[in-house]
Design a protein around this ligand. Structure first.
Ligand SMILES: [Mg+2]
Length: 439
């Protein structure tokens, strides 16, 4: 059975050329200039954001600094500054939070708003959002621009905000849906890439409108479930709701640390990694989640540090590796064991300047245990009881720490790492962005 066509009022707000605009806001001498924000200032450093002026000259995200210099010799480059962007995001989002109680912080520069119930129709919602945009320019910074889309679903709201950039404002409703879709390229919507496009074109589908009008049964024969969802999305049927921070489980939880040289000298690299793993593990247990994957990043001294937004990941300069756990886990023993195994594979005693551990594929606990097929039932039961024991020890340790502080009880492997890797707020794409003026 088909889901009903949505009659909700959803908005998508997407800040334009965000990091570059924030830099131009903060530094008036950069305004109106082609500007590239780089992961780090070096000819091999990648541009992670280009200003509107730079985009016009052909600078693209992902180019190296040397490549973009060739295309626009007048370009200015700055190194990215995540705390600055997070501070501006929190001020922008706090304005959006005044429109509705349901705001999803989708990324550092994008938010979905469920305005259903708060505004009578798209026109009233559009008026409120125009005012919010005016407030962003007046109260946060005149150089900050955003594209806004209003539609009955998340998918169409995102399509609407992508329709015009920068500073666009597009409303999609059932009346103009077909007209908008007829102007869009197949690859303009999220999820259609060159491969799917070729298959669609082979059946004679060239525009999104033709795709919408194609019989759903035929699409399902071509693409299975994906064809069904795509068809429903184009018809304005809703599958994904706007999810506020409380409803949205984090995608990953981790902890990183710029390691001072003394740690390697004193032979405490493993101890510091154990501490990082314990800290991140504890946060994950507090949220009642289990990790399916553990990854570790090691940066070596004498290399450049690539600071991407929010989380320092020296991908090209350090080494990173991950491990899928045979079963999702949250206890210290499994997590520390996995992280230390990964480190031992990657590190042979070099001087370390950066360590990070991340848990991902996070899931809430299920009551079912997967029984390994190769083991007899009795051995599987023994294994489960060992897992159960480790889980209860971890939980008991957390309880002691809740009561007597983080240093009250330590794993033996953490000895010597006292004082290293202090706690701090963890963040997902936008976690750690505090919303001002709320409550
Ligand atoms: Mg954006």
């Amino acid at each position: 059975m088909l889901p009903p066509v949505s009659n909700k009022l959803i908005a998508h707000v997407d800040m334009n050329s965000y990091f570059a605009s924030v830099e131009q806001q903060a530094n008036p001498t950069l305004r109106g200039k082609p500007l590239g924000v780089c992961a780090y200032l070096h000819k091999h450093g990648c541009v992670i954001a280009a200003s509107i002026e730079a985009k016009k000259l052909g600078m693209k995200v992902g180019m190296t600094m040397a490549e973009s210099r060739k295309i626009c010799p007048s370009a200015v480059f700055v190194q990215n500054d995540p705390p600055k962007y997070r501070a501006v995001t929190s001020r922008v989002f706090s304005i959006l939070h005044e429109l509705t109680d349901r705001v999803e912080h989708y990324s550092i520069d994008e938010a979905f708003l469920d305005l259903t119930g708060w505004y009578r129709d798209p026109a009233e919602a559009a008026w409120a959002l125009m005012r919010a945009r005016w407030r962003i320019a007046n109260e946060v910074g005149e150089w900050l621009r955003c594209s806004i889309g209003i539609a009955p679903t998340r998918f169409l709201a995102k399509t609407a905000s992508d329709f015009e950039k920068p500073n666009g404002f597009t409303v999609i409703d059932q009346d103009n849906l077909d007209e908008i879709l007829s102007q869009l390229d197949l690859e303009d919507v999220c999820g259609i890439g060159p491969r799917i496009r070729r298959r669609l074109e082979r059946t004679g589908i060239r525009t999104l409108l033709e795709l919408k009008r194609y019989p759903v049964a035929n699409l399902m024969r071509l693409f299975g479930k994906y064809g069904f969802f795509l068809w429903c999305k184009l018809h304005g049927m809703e599958f994904e709701k706007v999810q506020t921070a409380e409803e949205l489980p984090p995608k990953s939880i981790g902890h990183s640390y710029c390691v001072p040289d003394r740690v390697t000298r004193e032979g405490k690299v493993m101890a510091v990694l154990t501490r990082l793993t314990e800290r991140a593990g504890r946060r994950m247990r507090q949220q009642g989640l289990l990790a399916g994957t553990v990854s570790v990043v090691v940066g070596f001294r004498g290399m450049f540090q690539n600071k991407t937004i929010g989380f320092s990941t020296p991908i090209s300069d350090g080494v990173s590796d991950f491990l899928h756990l045979s079963e999702p886990a949250q206890d210290s023993f499994t997590l520390v064991g996995a992280a230390c195994d990964l480190l031992r594979e990657m590190w042979q005693g070099e001087r370390v300047n950066f360590l990070a551990v991340t848990f991902s594929n996070l899931t809430p606990p299920s009551q079912q245990h997967r029984l390994p097929l190769s083991h007899s039932l009795i051995r599987a039961n023994e294994r489960i009881s060992k897992t159960e024991r480790q889980k209860s020890i971890s939980n008991a340790v957390d309880l002691v720490r809740d009561r007597y502080g983080d240093e009250a009880i330590m794993l033996g492997a953490m000895f010597g790492s006292e004082g290293e890797a202090p706690d701090r707020i963890g963040f997902r794409k936008t976690e750690g962005v505090e919303i001002l003026s709320q409550n």
